[in-house]
Design a protein around this ligand. Sequence first.
Ligand SMILES: *Cc1c(COP(=O)(O)O)cnc(C)c1O
Length: 422
Amino acid sequence: MTVPLDAAYADQLDAADDLAGLRQAFVNDEPDLIYLDGNSLGRLPRATADLAADLVRRQWGTRLIRGWNEGWFDLPERIGAKIARLIGAEPDEVIVADSTSVNLFKLVIAALRARPGRERIISDDLNFPSDLYILQGVADLLGGRYEIAMAYSSDGIHGPVETILGLLDRNTALLTLSHVTFKSGFLYDMQALTAAAHAVGALVLWDLSHSVGAVPINLTESGADLAIGCCYKYLNGGPGAPAFLYIRRDLQEQLVNPIAGWMGQRNLFNFDLDYEPAPGLRRFLTGTPPVVSLALIEPGVDLLLAAGIERLRAKSIAQTEYLIGLWQQRLAPLGYTLNSPRDPSRRGSHISLGHPEGLGIDLALINELGVLPDFRAPDNIRLGIAPIYTSFRDIHTAIERMAQAVIEQRYLKYRDHRPAVT
Ligand SMILES: *Cc1c(COP(=O)(O)O)cnc(C)c1O
């Protein structure tokens, strides 16, 4: 694939993009900075900044405890219902609570209890490490009864689909995977794998952290049982925003929250001494939600809903294809490798490019060249395309600066650096 290499072509693509105007809905005080890390921390919507001021000054400052009856109490379901529209779920099948990791813990234990006698949990080596740690912690907590069967990718890029299919058996309680994998951006076929797991009677739990807001998802059509996802990446909910969880409606009353707490109690203000779960998804709440950061998720979700996930996906594919075209001509000759699937239907919205000097290049981009990607060991420079605000010109500039980093050997200076957050 050849794409024109000049910046004017990027500008032409931006001029033809009907979503280009949405960039203005986000705070951007450093126009020269190329931000390609929206898959780790999305940009700040302007409306969120205004809402934050209102929440703190007016809602907290003047409404005080009355705020709970003026909208705070219902926030977990209300924002959950909006996220449901992004992931093909019913409004009462999604609720916002806790962090992604904690939601995974709750749902894994609930799923295992719903499949008594089965001892196998299946995942893969492309999954996010926190997810694997949670699985290991759960297996340990439950006294070594469970075996975590890992499927290994042959190239570190594509998900080991055949191995997973081979591991699924009548002893399997749960299959859990990242829908889009965090490093290579591989996109699993949710419907096919869910059907395969159901064929042996297992439950499936999808981590949507890297797909929600970037890829159309239809949990209902896929027959998905359980899902979790992150709100601070493509949803632009802000650093450490609480996460969401999904439980298919017919499973909600069967599953038990292992972290029972008063927010999940049927009549919490009766202060009964014995726990009785609330109907529906509220039973998967535990303690008081972080109202400020929870409320701040909403404007970002509204922007994605207004843009439309199908249109965002079409733009994301056009942008990742453009990026790969530029990589092939400009960066491959400089030693960069494509560490993401070549087929757009099998990848999410970020592209990983490898280079033997990857970390040094990443640090030169951040410190000297005005590009913010992120780095995932051993050699991946991860370029997150957030189609709601990334422009084609951003991509063009980033690729030119990545070429410059190698041509001018900017990485040499950083050989001994090891930053805490990459
Ligand atoms: C980002 C991400 C998480 C984040 O979990 P936290 O509990 O918010 O730290 C979890 N899983 C996946 C797949 C992710 O991409």
